[in-house]
Design a protein around this ligand. Structure first.
Ligand code: PHE
Length: 445
């Protein structure tokens, strides 16, 4: 299957194309929306240190492991695990694929928020100094069932269109200029945010670790966020890796993807958290934090209106490239496993995601009282998929690559300068990853 399967499979135009596409998946709402508010809820600097520790160790090791599985087989995760490891392992792939679908279902809710905020940026109604008003507007919008379902539908529809257009055309082309543009714009906004009166308290809070406030829950959130921000444990890096050309240098690609993703998170933190302090918004305000704070910064910038439009446009694109990468493994699963036509698979995933995501959208409004384990539907979906299923998926892949297919896996680093990394990689996969994940779960439950 190996050679023939690969021969007919499209490949990325270049290594840069792959790195940017994988980074395009990684950099998205996770960095700009999730990272700042989760750091805000978990005490700043200490959380940042733990998050970075997770990314640099198990994050890089797992990125490489997922790329390897994709690269060795040229298949999406379920088919790939079956080819390499037999039928039992295919279950890991199925669960990871289901997880991608579940994440997509709540991701599109927030994607919908970016659509609406982009519209508001166009009309200029988003620019306001008054954070109380911004909070009220955010709550009113997310609580409105028609508005939130409609914007979610638009975002999901855009995602489906890109996936239907196919890998090369849809994803690769977009990644090359969007990400640099987003980074540049973030730098610009940071420059303004840092010069707001009172902003330095936020910088200090973000960068000074206070480990006394770390609890099991904080560790779990940092671990989950590391997985989420690198798009790990849900089979997506496997799918992207399956389109890699033979000569791609995997270790370097993994490090690049991790660096870009972490950089995006840190930039987003530097953009939002100082402003949060300057405007007196509570840092633990929750999922609305970015959407409440950004407009207030724009209102205080020269050319704020134009910058607001550019920012929400780029955020929308960043969110779309990530959503595409969640959509793609689910569609690829149906195509590879059941030989569905691409268009049929895309339509099916679209409908199913809408139905599964609707309760998450409604849990900000009419269903906000529906609580399970003390969480809203949205929070619960986020928690279970990101903090439990992603690490679980990553753990299985780590063990699979480190044991079952290790002799083959290590060959992907042959001939590269990263030889020294081979034994380190195995230790990270078989020792550090299980200890970290079980340790964190043990602390929390
Ligand atoms: N990493 C993406 C983000 O930060 C989310 C994502 C998770 C994408 C898992 C794909 C797979 O927005």
């Amino acid at each position: 299957m190996d050679a023939s399967g690969e021969a007919c499979r499209a490949t990325w135009g270049s290594r840069l194309g792959f790195v940017l596409a994988a980074a395009g998946s990684a950099v998205g709402l996770g960095a700009v929306w999730k990272f700042p508010y989760v750091v805000g809820q978990h005490g700043g600097g200490a959380f940042l240190v733990i998050y970075l520790g997770c990314v640099l160790t198990l994050g890089v090791a797992l990125l490489l492991a997922e790329m390897t599985v994709g690269r060795l087989t040229g298949q999406s995760i379920t088919t790939a695990l079956r080819t390499l490891g037999g039928r039992a392992w295919a279950w890991v792939g199925r669960i990871a694929t289901f997880n991608a679908f579940a994440i997509l279902s709540f991701y599109v809710v927030v994607g919908g928020w970016t659509v609406t905020y982009l519209m508001r940026a166009f009309t200029g109604s988003v620019l306001a100094n008054d954070t109380q008003r911004l909070v009220a507007e955010f709550s009113a919008f997310t609580a409105n069932p028609v508005a939130s379902l409609a914007s979610m539908g638009v975002f999901l529809g855009l995602t489906a269109l890109i996936v239907a257009a196919g890998v090369q055309k849809g994803i690769e082309r977009a990644g090359k200029w969007l990400m640099p543009a987003l980074f540049l714009l973030m730098l610009l906004v940071i420059a303004r945010a840092l010069t707001l009166p009172g902003a330095m308290a936020g910088v200090a809070w973000f960068l000074t670790p206070d480990f006394s406030i770390i609890s099991g829950d904080t560790l779990l959130e940092a671990l989950g966020l590391a997985f989420f921000s690198l798009s790990l444990g849900a089979g997506m890096i496997v799918v992207y890796g399956s389109y890699l050309p033979r000569d791609a240098r995997l270790a370097g690609s993994a490090v690049w993807v991790a660096t870009l993703a972490t950089l995006a998170c840190c930039l987003a933190g530097l953009m939002i958290l100082p402003a949060v302090f300057a405007f007196g918004v509570p840092p633990d305000a929750g999922p609305g934090l970015t959407f409440i704070t950004m407009p207030a910064i724009f209102a205080q910038m020269p050319f704020g209106h134009a910058i607001a439009i550019a920012f929400f446009l780029l955020l929308l694109f960043a969110a779309l490239t990530s959503a595409v990468s969640l959509f793609e493994p689910v569609a690829a699963f149906l195509i590879d496993e059941y030989q569905w036509r691409r268009s049929t698979a895309v339509l099916a995933v679209f409908v199913a995601t809408f139905l599964f995501g609707a309760p998450a959208a409604l849990s900000f409004g009419i269903w906000s009282d529906v609580r399970l384990f003390d969480r809203t539907i949205f929070d619960l979906m986020d928690y279970v998929t990101v903090n439990l299923l992603m690490p679980a998926g990553g753990l299985c892949i780590a063990i699979f690559v480190g044991t079952s297919i290790w002799p083959k896996a290590r060959t992907v680093l042959e001939g590269s300068r990263a030889q020294w990394f081979v034994p380190v990689w195995r230790v990270l996969l078989l020792v550090l990853t299980p200890i970290a994940i079980f340790g964190v779960w043990y602390q929390t439950f």
